[in-house]
Design a protein around this ligand. Structure first.
Ligand code: NAD
Length: 359
């Protein structure tokens, strides 16, 4: 039976572990709130299940508690930032606040953020922007064990490189498209593995490059090389959308990794627990672009047009990106958050490593 826990109780348990691992209370609250919001939004892959990895990353020195964003260059419309390997939930919010202020003042801002530790759910940052009427585009790379195979390739060469687009809709809930460019997020394979589930065909290849439905191939080292440097052989996730998703993932690496200066992945895998993100963000203020009225009218007309599509015979009807997350928040806010036994056991162990008892 999964553990069912209410959001506020979960936030305070997570925050107490973060504080014991060196975070100031305000940082711990921000990170805990972000992780629990990911669970509430239906993305358990980016929720509190990440905490054990964060604890390890701090203990290894790959994640720096209480580090803030450093401004490297600021011309108003161009903003170059360094996350200094601080918690992505914190440096990401700091970066967005700086970028949004400049987009509002100048009409747009192109912001790079290098060396952020795991930024979590990228949609969180788009939600910050659309709440102020700004359009937001995010291209992100992931410096961690390369877990996604290039289209046509037989092993993992890069990360799950997420892409996110937020568009405010006048008088309506915003459009927030936020997805990993892998067929599924790596964290969802961890959740499936922990729950003992197989996954649909087309998501994964094994360590020899053959198709498989076993999520374990990207979660635990495979075969006799498990003890070798680099953690042994792993399988890989497939790109979404075949060659097109693969192309978008490469764009995320080039923009989020190379253009930000944070770096791209081009080395063998290692066992480091840190997950470092680079993010290119483009912020646009429609009010300053001179198209605000047409933008509002045309965007709403299109969304209405989509909604008039009849539900497919075996479908649930048309939704807009951002809606599933908002629905999950309402539902899980009422019922509480279900956490599987394995994930909870890992959180309890992570607490024990820093001297905090959670139950
Ligand atoms: P997913 O496959 O669940 O897709 C989510 C997106 O699709 C959302 O925008 C959602 O609103 C939309 N959507 C879902 N169902 C829909 C429907 N029926 N109609 C219309 N739109 C629909 O998400 P994912 O690819 O598993 O990614 C999950 C999260 O992982 C994201 O928040 C992403 O940012 C995050 N992520 C982060 C990193 C990192 O390193 N920080 C890496 C990879 C992924």
């Amino acid at each position: 039976m999964p553990k069912l826990i209410e959001a506020q109780a979960l936030r305070s348990q997570v925050a107490s572990i973060l504080i014991a691992n060196g975070s100031a209370p305000a940082e711990a609250e921000t990170v805990a709130a972000n992780l629990v919001l990911a669970n509430l939004s239906g993305h358990d892959s980016h929720g509190v299940g990440m905490l054990p990895r964060y604890v390890d990353a701090v203990l290894e020195g790959g994640l720096q508690p209480n580090a803030g964003v450093r401004v490297v260059l600021d011309t108003g419309t161009l903003l170059t930032l360094d996350g200094q390997r601080g918690y992505g939930q914190v440096v990401g919010e700091q970066a967005m606040a700086l970028g949004m202020a400049r987009a509002t003042a100048h009409g747009s801002c192109i912001m790079t953020l290098a060396h952020a530790h795991h930024l979590g759910r990228i949609g969180h940052f788009a939600e910050m922007a659309v709440a102020q009427g700004l359009v937001a585009l995010h291209f992100v790379n992931v410096l961690s064990r390369p877990v996604v195979a290039p289209w046509g390739g037989g092993d993992g060469r890069y990360g799950t490189n997420p892409c996110c687009i937020g568009v405010p809709l006048k008088g309506r809930e915003p459009f927030v498209l936020d997805f990993a460019t892998s067929r599924v997020a790596q964290g969802k394979m961890r959740v499936a593995y922990n729950e003992g589930r197989q996954v649909p065909p087309g998501y994964l290849i094994d360590a020899q490059g053959h198709p498989t439905t076993d999520p374990g191939v990207v979660v635990v080292p495979q075969g006799s090389s498990a003890g070798e440097p680099g953690g042994g052989l792993f399988g890989a996730l497939m790109a979404f959308g075949e060659h097109k998703g693969y192309g978008l993932a490469v764009a995320c690496e080039l923009l989020g990794g190379a253009l930000t200066g944070g770096g791209t992945w081009h080395r063998p895998a290692d066992n480091a627990r840190a997950v470092v993100n680079g993010m290119l963000t483009v912020l646009i203020d429609p009010a300053r672009l001179g198209t605000q009225q047409r933008f509002d009218e045309e965007a709403l007309a299109f969304v209405e047009w989509l909604r008039q599509s009849p539900a497919a015979p075996d479908g649930t009807g048309v939704m807009l990106a951002g809606e599933p997350e908002r629905e999950a928040r309402l539902e899980r806010g009422e019922t509480g958050i279900a956490i599987d036994d394995q994930t909870w056991a890992e959180i309890v162990q992570a607490g024990a490593r820093v001297g905090v008892r959670v139950e």
